[in-house]
Write a protein that binds this ligand. Structure first.
Ligand code: FAD
Length: 511
């Protein structure tokens, strides 16, 4: 079916796409957004009883096309349900499992809301590592204009004192104290969750979300996902149309320089119910690190985008993501972290300046059975990049990523746990915490969990310095694929800031 011609098409509705949509629509441009996942607002209207699932009771909408939950810590692991195009997808490679948010809003639907600007030196260093030099003037621009704009755009807030001191964040306060005792630097982590709403949750005046085990399968209240910020503002212009359940499967450049997109409209079992062809003058890619890289590599092999630069597929990383956990079964004398824990993290521990073991550890909540369990998402630096290729026979993206990429991440996590066990929290009779092998059998550490896939179409390598894909005109990359594998902190503010910077330039020069 001919789906028609549009001046601008944006693929995806995550951070990069949402920024492009808002900026273009505010300038008066008509924009079509194509999203493979569901429009969850529409789904709620059609199913008034539907609520995003708590971590403890996942139902079919929690998970993309699987009969059981795929969460790294399966609090609800007894659950079984029908397959469905749910909100959290896990893509398994041999040595890493990548988690993605699905639906209008992309990763913002499932993420933990941590809103962190990367260290300026490391931001420069990681691009330098791939041979892209960001000048001081460019960095100044990032840190004085685009990071603040991104923070405002997503709704960053610092956790207020009364919230920090509530019982819901005892896990964070205890975690910080243990970290200080172990010689790590405490870090306040802003979040985009609406803390005024959380205050009312705590007072029992409104339904709980962060205080009721909601995150990773979506939040029903309180969290400022993109449908409450960028996408809301974009839609309010009247210039944006979003087509959910529209999967882009291939891209072709036409002779006249326009682009043709092959689309499958899918049902809630990920089956094509209709195939469509759209064309556009300008194409913006925001399908995320894996989604955008896959589409470009596939379209290159199929001949539709044959001039694509050899750098597409390179410089991928897991942002050093490594989960770690410690616990004690001998509670006596140990300080409880509390049975009630908010799902939105607000504190971390840094060891980033240590040349031997540089990392940042997010103090993560364990809203169930977490009173004597510490859980951390450790963000390491990257030593070696992964690389994608595309397998046309099986129609899938392949990833070269193995233990040689992650060995130092495991070592750092084990170093962190050792120090925390040794110095942080001693119970009576000297009893200590130890690595939590019940939760993570390999010594309390799991380097296979990736929440932060980054890279594949890196800024300055596969694109120019503003995301224009090399070899093509009017084809722009906006998402996490622009970042070479690592940031040292949680990534969406940086993705948002880069998108804000790219779209500024593109609007002023290419329209
Ligand atoms: P995404 O947000 O992934 O958006 C891509 C969109 O494109 C998706 O909606 C997808 O469905 C769609 N798409 C993909 N392929 C196609 C196709 N072929 N056709 C049509 N549409 C397509 N980051 C932080 O900074 N702080 C946090 O606290 C944090 N917590 C996280 C917790 C979890 C559980 C997870 C999974 C991630 C977390 N992240 C966090 C990471 C953050 O959410 C991502 O880095 C961010 O969403 C990536 O933005 P993006 O624009 O690159 O792509």
């Amino acid at each position: 079916k001919n789906g028609g011609h549009y001046p601008i098409i944006i693929v995806g509705t995550g951070y990069g796409s949402a920024v492009a949509a808002e900026r273009l629509a505010t300038q008066g441009h008509k924009v079509l957004m194509l999203e493979v996942g569901l429009d969850w607002k529409g789904y709620k209207q059609q199913n008034p009883d539907f609520k995003f699932h708590k971590m403890t009771f996942p139902g079919k909408e929690s998970t993309w096309m699987n009969k059981k939950p795929q969460a790294p810590i399966e609090l609800g692991n007894m659950a079984r349900f029908d397959e469905f195009t749910g909100v959290l997808q896990r893509i398994d490679y041999e040595h890493v499992k990548v988690y993605l948010g699905k639906g209008v809003g992309g990763g913002s639907l499932v993420n933990g809301g941590m809103t962190v600007v990367p260290d300026r030196n490391y931001f420069q260093e990681i691009y330098h590592k791939v041979g892209v030099e960001l000048s001081d003037a460019e960095l100044d621009e990032f840190y004085t204009i685009y990071f603040p704009r991104a923070n405002d755009g997503v709704g960053k807030q610092d956790a207020p004192e009364d919230i920090v001191n509530s019982k819901w964040y005892k896990f964070a306060r205890v975690g910080v104290q243990e970290g200080i005792d172990a010689g790590f630097e405490p870090v306040d982590v802003p979040n985009l969750y609406d803390f005024d709403y959380m205050r009312k949750e705590i007072a029992g005046e409104v339904p709980g979300s962060a205080t009721d085990k909601e995150v990773i399968y979506g939040n029903n209240y309180g969290k400022r996902d993109l449908t409450k910020t960028y996408l809301k503002r974009a839609l309010a212009t009247g210039n944006v149309t979003i087509m959910p359940q529209h999967k882009v499967v291939e891209i072709k450049e036409n002779f006249d320089g326009t682009y043709q997109l092959e689309i499958e409209q899918i049902d809630t079992l990920d089956r094509a119910v209709e195939t469509k062809t759209f064309t556009c003058d300008k194409l913006f890619m925001g399908a995320g690190s894996l989604g955008t890289t896959a589409l470009l590599l596939k379209s290159k092999l199929k001949g539709g985008l044959s001039k694509i630069d050899a750098n597409v597929g390179k410089y991928w990383g897991n942002n050093g993501n490594t989960m770690a956990s410690r616990n004690t079964l001998n509670f006596i004398g140990h300080t409880s972290r509390g049975l009630k824990q908010s799902t939105m993290p607000i504190r971390g521990l840094s060891n980033f300046d240590d040349p031997e073991h540089p990392f940042f550890a997010e103090i993560a909540p364990m809203p169930v059975m977490g009173a004597y369990t510490g859980l951390y998402l450790i963000v390491n630096k990257l030593k070696k990049f992964g690389e994608f290729s595309y397998d046309l026979t099986n129609d899938e993206l392949k990833l070269d990523w193995n233990e040689s990429h992650t060995a130092h991440m495991r070592k750092n996590a084990e170093f962190f746990l050792d120090r925390m066990n040794e110095h942080g929290s001693k119970g009576w009779f000297g009893s200590k915490f130890s690595n939590n092998k019940m939760l993570m059998p390999k010594n309390g550490v799991d380097e296979s969990i990736c929440y932060h896939p980054l890279g594949g179409v890196v800024l300055g390598k596969a694109t120019d310095l503003y995301g224009r894909l090399k070899g093509y005109k009017n084809l722009y990359i906006m998402d996490g694929s622009l970042i070479p594998g690592s940031l040292g902190v949680n990534p969406y503010v940086t993705i948002t800031a880069i998108a804000e910077r790219n779209i500024d330039k593109i609007i002023s020069q290419d329209f």
